[in-house]
Design a protein around this ligand. Structure first.
Ligand code: HEM
Length: 122
């Protein structure tokens, strides 16, 4: 009796685990996820319209970030970062304009401000 109960409950347990796994796999199709992850495509012209301290977008490594809310917290003096608002700033970000990369923590912060991808020039 105990043995039967054990076998049945173990079987039911694994069926539920497998079922949930399949459901989440089907529920989250890759294509939809990718489209969401990419966000809107921003042209260089549109990027350039966001070049003010309170309205600052930057393109870094193919993505576009709205850094307006973050800039006041950036540890460098403002004049080091602000000139990059509205621009393609990968090189500046990669080197901090001093030949040294940002800490991994900066990359984590950056991800939170992503709003889209930089549109390819035609
Ligand atoms: C693209 C233009 C940028 C330039 C030229 C730049 C430059 C710098 C410089 C010079 C420092 C050192 C400050 C100091 O310790 O006195 C620094 C630090 C830092 N920056 Fe930036 N930054 C830029 C963009 C960003 C962005 C977009 C983020 C994140 C959203 C960020 C996050 C940080 C963090 C967390 C630190 C402290 C840790 C570290 O040195 O890596 N920065 N940045």
């Amino acid at each position: 009796m105990t043995r039967t109960l054990y076998i049945v409950s173990t079987t039911v347990f694994w069926l539920v685990v497998f079922g949930l796994g399949m459901t989440s796999a089907l529920w989250n199709p890759g294509e939809q996820g990718d489209a969401q992850a990419q966000g809107k495509a921003v042209t260089l012209a549109e990027l350039a319209r966001h070049a003010a301290p309170g309205n600052c977008w930057m393109a870094i490594r193919g993505s576009v970030y709205d850094l307006s809310a973050y800039l006041p917290a950036h540890p460098s003096p403002p004049d080091i970062v602000l000139p990059w608002c509205g621009k393609e700033a990968t090189e500046a970000y990669n080197t901090k304009t001093k030949g040294r990369p940002h800490a991994p923590y900066a990359d984590e912060l950056l991800a939170k401000y992503r709003i889209g991808t930089l549109a390819k020039a035609h």
